[in-house]
Ligand binder design. Structure first.
Ligand SMILES: *Cc1c(COP(=O)(O)O)cnc(C)c1O
Length: 382
């Protein structure tokens, strides 16, 4: 079996048969010529159903997650929507993380409930809480680890056992870890989801999503439903994502290196109340994270001493860390979840502390990142 980076650079990306082009071409064609009715030359008919550039991306991402099938989407939410439609029907129940990605919470809470789906938010770091939440109608356990923005850790292998015992499927949103740091299918998950907008694409220049599974039946139903509802990525988006994925391993190593240094700085700074990072030995999920992840990644959250106002001042005072939502790009970002990414969950079970700041630590020179945070924390403390 080939290594991760060899797959990232070569899987699904053989030189073009007719021209020898080393890089897979972008195929903008919406339709494909047939040799006689039904005589498809390479299996392609119409680009909603399948497109060669998208196929290249899918083969690459399937290899990176160690799944037989990957289906690429126009966004992470497009992937989530199709997967939940495939796995749930009216009357079914889904368990979601108590600090689920806001868009996932909104999809379940505002859209799926209209179709008679029921849900329970659970802290998946607590297996007993999951056992208590599971019902005879539970069909899906939806897991994120590390979670957003609190960086909680769930034990994927244990959740897979509980889900299987309950007759439910375990879905892991692996966006925060990336396929380089964690491979949930090998730990017993049924389906892995990525917002490829984040680490897989890696350059904050394209929105996309993917589902990866080893289950033939789920894959077949996902393809059918995607073709029915139409949430496909365009060929240029598929190509950009594939281009980004080639460097995933080296980027994740650097994200992890930089995050570790940033965590050290934050943990020793008087204006910081608490640092949330699974790489810290005193993080409650540290042991599980060390077991199931290759490294601890580039996402770091922390609580600012002095409450909401001080946290907002830190977010406004950085110069290299750009104040923006999203994550996983080469550039460092800072945000205030309570007022930005998680504003919509205020007052719900998913509410986050109002002195919380989230960093997506980029791959710039780490000394510059540390200087920037130091001056922002000093300024906010004044
Ligand atoms: C961004 C994100 C999503 C949604 O993906 P989009 O590409 O924005 O639709 C889902 N889960 C997590 C953890 C994310 O960070």
């Amino acid at each position: 079996m080939r290594g991760f980076s060899t797959n990232a650079i070569h899987a699904g990306q053989e030189p073009d048969l007719t021209t020898g082009a080393v890089i897979p071409p972008i195929h903008p064609s919406s339709t494909f010529a047939q040799d006689g009715v039904g005589g498809l030359r390479a299996g392609y008919e119409y680009s909603r159903s399948a497109n060669p550039t998208r196929t290249a991306l899918q083969e690459c991402l399937a290899a990176l997650e160690g799944g037989r099938h990957a289906v690429a989407f126009g966004s992470g939410m497009g992937a989530s929507d199709v997967l939940l439609r495939v796995l749930l029907k009216p009357g079914d129940h889904v368990v979601i993380p108590h600090d689920a990605y806001g868009g996932t919470f909104r999809l379940v809470d505002k859209v799926l409930t209209q179709w008679g789906v029921e849900y329970t938010p659970v802290d998946l770091g607590d297996v007993e809480a999951l056992r208590a939440a599971v019902r005879p109608t539970t069909r899906v356990v939806w897991c994120e680890t590390p979670t957003n923005p609190l960086l909680g850790i769930a034990d994927i292998a244990v959740l897979a056992d509980v889900a299987r015992g309950a007759g439910a499927r375990l879905v892991v949103d692996n966006t925060f870890a990336s396929p380089y740091l964690q491979n949930p299918l090998a730990l017993g998950a049924d389906v892995v989801l990525h917002s490829t907008t984040k680490y897989v694409g890696g350059h904050s220049d394209v929105v996309g999503g993917v589902l990866v599974t080893g289950d033939d039946e789920i894959a077949e139903r996902v393809r059918f439903t995607q073709n029915s509802v139409g949430s496909v990525p365009g060929p240029f988006d598929a190509w950009l994502t594939l281009r980004g994925a080639k460097t995933l391993a080296v980027r994740m190593e650097r994200h992890s290196d930089n995050a570790e240094r940033v965590v050290e700085l934050l943990a020793g700074h008087g204006a910081v109340e608490k640092v949330l990072y699974p790489g810290l030995p005193d993080h409650p999920g540290h042991e599980v994270a060390a077991k199931q992840m290759r490294r601890f990644g580039g996402m770091v959250s922390f609580l600012v001493a002095g409450g909401r106002e001080a946290a907002l001042r830190v977010c406004g005072a950085t110069e290299i860390f750009t104040l923006a939502e999203s994550l996983g790009g080469v550039e460092s970002l800072i945000e205030h979840p309570g007022a930005m990414t998680h504003a919509s969950v205020a007052g719900s079970a998913l509410e986050v502390p109002d002195n919380l700041v989230r960093l997506s630590v980029g791959i710039e020179d780490v000394e510059d990142l540390m200087d920037d945070l130091r001056q922002a924390l000093d300024a906010a403390g004044r």
